[in-house]
Design a protein around this ligand. Structure first.
Ligand SMILES: *Cc1c(COP(=O)(O)O)cnc(C)c1O
Length: 429
């Protein structure tokens, strides 16, 4: 498999380098040179494939023969070991629940797959890989669970003390083994600054083989295409099917564009955002204006400069082409709360704030496409946003058993001040 940098198509690498480096040297994002069409036999008979088998089919076509089939089968079975069910809510709106992995958010797909690929590509190196991650909450949990017990890889997570939720903190600090956590007396920016400085520090690089688990890594994007096929397989009708994706950095939506290029018959992609509406605005006006992000109750989507926009442009180079395939909608916090309540009252389905944005956009889209079916993504379990959800629906929600167990475990972390020197001393000590 060859991948090119979005900053210079001449700049090409293999899959191993793209996965281990995340970003091209020219700071571009990696994109596949060729996005293969999958066979009709596969596309017409999705019913006969399990989710890991779908994953295997997509990867073996994309990767050429870079990974032997038996190794690839192992990678996808280990990474994709939880289901992605489609749950009908009305007769033409369903939700694809992507929160059945260990951290209860769709980021588990990307993090687990990236962990397996990194472990595979470094399997013959005796120098262990150390992954540094700064997190404001969600990404860290998915990465911690994804890399847990992965041979040859250690993970160090830095998180801001007192600024992540109790569930999130327990997800970061109770695993042990190859996962360790540093609780920084500072904010997320301090954590990020320490990680960036660490990558440039000579002494640390002498002692450790450092790497990152960046969200723009192609190994996080590819597995997010698997569940579009899985959802299509579970659709309610034979009407034209569109997907509605609550979006922040637009990784999820871009993965859908890959699935469509591979042959999945998707009518439209509905890009749904909170008030951070840079891409819906671009689709409406043709002008792309990144801004500083604004805070909302769908906070995993508070992104003012979506990193995957440059990948979307590789597939649809101008706004007219993009509009043929993607339609944008956006909503404020009041819309979100009202819809969580309204859907709960009418159907008893409990949505999280991100999913509620998906529901709102699905409804608005169906207004002008009455004979269509829409599947929107539930990107996180509602208990991750317990207070906001309970306030909105005026009812209490239950916490899954796996999370209750984590809450009883002891937190293991090293508390450090926000200076780089303290972190360095900790790692060298
Ligand atoms: C990360 C995240 C999103 C945004 O996904 P993108 O791929 O960045 O667009 C949406 N919802 C939840 C719960 C998330 O964690």
């Amino acid at each position: 498999m060859k991948l090119y940098s979005t900053n210079n198509k001449e700049n090409q690498v293999g899959l191993k380098e793209a996965v281990l480096k995340s970003l091209a040297v020219d700071k571009g994002l990696y994109m596949p040179m060729v996005i293969p069409s999958l066979s009709n036999g596969f596309l017409k008979n999705l019913n006969q494939y399990s989710l890991p088998e779908i994953a295997f089919e997509v990867c073996s076509n994309l990767f050429d023969d870079e990974i032997a089939p038996s190794d690839l089968m192992q990678i996808v079975t280990k990474a994709i070991n939880f289901p992605a069910p489609v749950v009908p809510i009305t007769n033409n709106i369903s939700t694809l629940e992507l929160f059945h992995g260990p951290s209860l958010a769709f980021k588990d797909f990307g993090a687990r797959f990236m962990a397996q690929l990194m472990s595979y590509f470094t399997r013959n190196e005796n120098n262990e890989l150390t992954i540094l991650v700064a997190t404001s909450g969600d990404t860290g949990g998915a990465v911690a669970a994804g890399f847990y017990d992965t041979p040859g890889i250690n993970v160090i997570i830095l998180y801001p003390s007192g600024k992540v939720s109790e569930i999130q903190e327990k997800q970061l600090t109770t695993l042990g083994k190859n996962i360790s956590a540093c609780e920084i007396d500072g904010n997320f920016d301090d954590c990020q600054r320490i990680v960036k400085t660490a990558f440039l520090d000579e002494d640390l690089n002498k002692k450790y083989n450092l790497s990152s688990a960046n969200s723009i890594n192609i190994a996080r994007l590819i597995p997010q295409s698997f569940y579009y096929f899985e959802a299509f397989k579970q659709r309610q009708s034979n009407n034209p099917l569109s997907f509605c994706i609550p979006s922040g950095n637009f990784g999820n939506l871009t993965a859908g564009l890959l699935a469509k290029k591979m042959g999945l018959p998707v009518q439209k992609f509905i890009a749904a955002t909170n008030i951070n509406n840079v891409i819906p605005e671009y689709l409406n006006t043709g002008v792309y204006t990144p801004v500083v992000s604004k805070q909302t109750i769908a906070n995993a989507m508070d992104v003012g400069s979506p990193s995957n926009f440059t990948r979307m442009q590789q597939l649809y180079p101008n706004v007219e082409e993009m509009k043929n395939h993607i339609v944008g909608y956006w909503y404020n916090d009041e819309d979100i709360k009202r819809k969580m309540k309204n859907v709960f009252d009418e159907t008893s389905y409990i949505m999280d704030p991100h999913g509620a944005i998906g529901y709102l956009a699905s409804e608005d889209y169906l207004q002008s496409n009455k004979d269509h079916e829409v599947i929107f993504f539930e990107t996180a379990h509602p208990c991750k946003f317990k207070d906001d959800v309970e306030n909105a629906i005026e009812s209490s929600i239950s916490i899954p058993t796996a999370i209750k167990e984590i809450l009883n475990k002891q937190k293991l972390s090293t508390r450090l001040d926000s200076s780089f020197d303290s972190f360095k001393a900790h790692l060298l000590g």
